[in-house]
Ligand binder design. Structure first.
Ligand code: GSH
Length: 245
């Protein structure tokens, strides 16, 4: 029996890990951490050099010195391969193997990067006559149209089967919009896929355990959820600091 502890900074991409574990029916302990007011609190920072969530502690067979693993993608692959008998992953001989790999990595690598660039540029200006604003907005819509086409033509990202590619991706279109919102009204394929994913009992159970405060209907709505309040607190703190200087 595995001995797994998942550290999850609430309202964040750590939600992927309990969701996966619920899908695979693998037991785990969930340790919740709160943003302070936006970034990780000291106890989470102390766990891993990057101080980011999620972090997996695997004490199976070694309670003295548990293995510590960061990066949600690495954690998801580790759990599937080590304790999940390869379930929710496609094997190299599957016709959709390349699709599985591509979509497994797309959201957390390409798409999160695009959203990060939008967030950075909007932090300076949202004036759409500004070339940087236009460039990042165009890139965001290219990525959304690309993703939308995939899920409009396929039930799940890797094809007919629900896989870890779906688990890796939902966060970027739901909870991530509490940090940088984007309108999904014109992307019906994504909205329908979000409904299919978030209707899964394992998703509902994981979110209830990890983020009971989050309203799933709001997260999957076309216009997106309200902004995470830790942002305003962080800005106020920075302004106070500036005044003192
Ligand atoms: N690529 C990493 C990103 C980890 C990450 O940035 N996590 C955020 C939560 S959404 C975090 O811990 N932020 C707080 C901080 O960095 O202090 C992953 O997928 O695990």
């Amino acid at each position: 029996m595995p001995s797994l502890t998942v550290h999850h900074l609430q309202v964040g991409q750590g939600e992927r890990v309990p969701w996966l574990l619920e899908e695979l029916n693998i037991p785990y302990e969930l340790k919740l951490h709160q943003r302070n007011p936006l970034f990780s609190p000291p106890d989470l920072k102390a766990l891993h050099p990057m101080g980011a969530s999620p972090v997996l502690e695997d004490a199976t067979g070694n309670t003295e010195k548990p293995l510590i693993l960061g990066e949600s993608g690495a954690i998801v692959e580790y759990i599937i391969n080590k304790y999940g008998d390869g379930r929710l992953a496609l094997k190299p001989d599957h016709p959709n193997y390349a699709d599985y790999l591509y979509w497994f990595h797309f959201s957390n690598s390409n798409f999160q990067g695009v959203i990060g660039r939008v967030m950075t540029v909007y932090g300076v200006t949202q004036d759409s006559s500004n070339l940087r604003v236009k460039t990042v907005e165009d890139r965001l819509h290219v990525a959304l149209a690309h993703f939308n086409k995939r899920v409009a033509e396929n039930t799940w990202l890797a094809g007919d089967e629900f896989t870890a590619a779906d688990v890796m991706s939902v966060f970027s279109f739901t909870t991530m919009r509490k940090f940088q919102n984007f309108d999904l009204s014109q992307y019906q394929g994504i909205l329908d896929w979000l409904k299919r994913c978030t209707d899964r009992p394992a998703y509902r159970t994981a979110m209830k355990k990890g983020d009971p405060e989050l309203d799933i209907e709001e997260l999957i709505s076309p216009k997106g959820p309200a902004k995470f309040e830790g942002f305003a607190k962080m800005v106020a703190l920075l302004q106070q600091k500036k005044k003192k200087l």
